[in-house]
Design a binder for this molecule. Structure first.
Ligand code: PLP
Length: 285
């Protein structure tokens, strides 16, 4: 947990870091967020994450709380004050504090900005990647704009809990056509039996993961064949490999989907090689 949090202009001890009960993030999930990996003290792919934050804010017509340069300084300072070497930095922006009303608050309402940072156990993450994770599938039930990184995550919360309840680590959403969209907190990938690396196009139906974007470059640098196209759950069951991507997990091999072993039931060479190479392609700030 973050020991020090940035809240609307101040760095506060965790116990003093409070938001107003009328904050629209709390009342209406009217806000957006970003999560960047911190590795070796550096923030990974920060410009891309802040670019996506800007886009999410723009799509929801929420004003940026501070200038991009100032936000970069706040991220760095929050990481420093929490002494995070390996972990994540979290940024949340909401439409601010106003009397509860669905329509937008008065124009002069200041957006709220909270930034926290916490350490993650890098070695535990590596052990997990060496074992691989299990995935279950759930029907896609989210709204049609999941390309916006909104804090309205209730379907994702329920999907992740369903995974936990079934002894799995992640849930993949599957649409009415039987196609995998993405994970509850990750993008979904498969490697076909003839070694093509496949992930769904980033339209409004998935979040355009920053890890996904960077990894496409790694796939190409490794001279693998990349196919950006929808894939069905049936195809995933028969895949040579599967994996998920997210800032906090990089490339995480998937070894079971709905209790069916994928590939040989252990992490495959393509996922392992992509994971090993990822940070050579990512940007450090
Ligand atoms: N899709 C969803 C629904 C997510 O919540 C996340 C990350 O949390 C991702 C994809 C992966 O995005 P990124 O690689 O930018 O972390």
């Amino acid at each position: 947990m973050s020991r020090i949090a940035y809240v609307n202009g101040r760095y506060l001890l965790r116990r003093d870091a409070l938001v107003d009960i009328e904050d629209r993030g709390y009342q209406l999930a009217d806000g957006v967020y970003e999560v960047c990996e911190v590795r070796g003290g550096a923030i990974i792919d920060q410009p891309r994450h802040l670019g996506r934050l800007q886009r999410s804010l723009g799509e929801l017509r929420i004003r940026a709380p501070v200038a991009p340069g100032a936000l970069a300084i706040i991220l760095r300072e929050t990481v420093r004050r929490n002494r995070v070497r390996n972990g994540i930095v979290y940024v949340q922006v909401t439409r601010g504090v106003a009397r509860r009303d669905f329509s937008f608050p008065p124009r002069d309402t200041a957006p709220s900005l909270v930034v926290t940072a916490r350490s993650l156990d890098l070695a535990a993450n590596e052990r997990r990647a060496a074992r691989g994770i299990a995935v279950i599938t759930v029907p896609e039930c989210r709204w049609a704009r999941v390309d916006i990184k909104s804090v309205a995550l209730l379907p994702n919360v329920l999907a992740k809990q369903a995974a936990r309840d079934r002894g799995a680590d992640e849930a993949w959403f599957v649409d009415r056509e039987g196609r995998v969209t993405e994970g509850a907190s990750s993008n979904a990938w498969i490697v076909t039996p003839d070694r093509k690396v496949v992930t769904r196009p980033a339209d409004n139906g998935i979040l355009r993961g920053i890890t996904r974007t960077v990894l496409i470059g790694v796939v190409e640098a490794q001279n693998l064949v990349f196919e950006e196209r929808p894939f069905t759950l049936e195809e995933a069951y028969g895949a040579g490999e599967a994996f998920v991507t997210a800032a906090s997990q990089i490339v995480m091999p998937v070894v079971r989907i709905d209790d069916r072993p994928i590939g040989g039931g252990s992490p495959g060479p393509v996922a392992r090689a992509l994971r090993a190479d990822f940070h050579r392609h990512a940007q450090r700030t």
